[in-house]
Design a protein around this ligand. Structure first.
Ligand code: DQA
Length: 147
């Protein structure tokens, strides 16, 4: 089997389509999964796309990635944890694989508390403001980095 990219989504992203459509658009979480799978197929890689509202579960997934070495890269939309979680940033360096940070909205054009990211300093790339298409760009970039 070829390389697998782990695509992680943080809190409230399961509510896409319902949640503030004026900010996040009308696409759903299922559409996010479809965008990732399409980009992965085009780049001849596989994706494992997950979402959780539980920070501990997110940390466990990242720890598992580090221990198992199952994944070649991580694409992550950390959602609100972007701006709050030192624990998430600490976890993301453990697997020692490329990390790409994605935001659906342009966080820099929003409230000032969204301008700081604990994840960006460790990310190989940051994509914001492209809507859910950003996930496709992130998977494509991750595939290029691990090729
Ligand atoms: C988000 C931006 C974050 O500030 C916010 O907390 C989210 C979603 C985005 O995809 O635009 O939940 O990460």
């Amino acid at each position: 089997m070829g390389p697998v990219i782990l695509v992680l989504n943080g809190p409230n992203l399961n509510m896409l389509g319902v949640r503030q459509p004026e900010v996040y658009g009308s696409s759903t979480y299922a559409d996010v999964v479809a965008v990732c799978e399409r980009a992965a197929a085009a780049a001849s890689v596989a994706v494992d796309v997950r979402q959780t509202n539980d920070e501990a579960e997110m940390l466990e997934w990242i720890h598992h990635a580090a221990r198992s070495k199952e994944f070649a890269a991580i694409v992550i939309n950390p959602a609100a944890w972007t701006h709050t979680s030192v624990a998430l940033a600490d976890a993301l360096v453990i697997p020692e694989i490329p990390v790409i940070e994605v935001h659906i909205s342009n966080v820099h054009a929003r409230e000032s508390f969204r301008h700081h990211s604990y994840v960006s300093p460790l990310a190989a790339a940051v994509i914001a403001g492209c809507g859910i298409a950003g996930y496709g760009y992130a998977v494509d970039r991750a595939a290029a980095l691990i090729a």
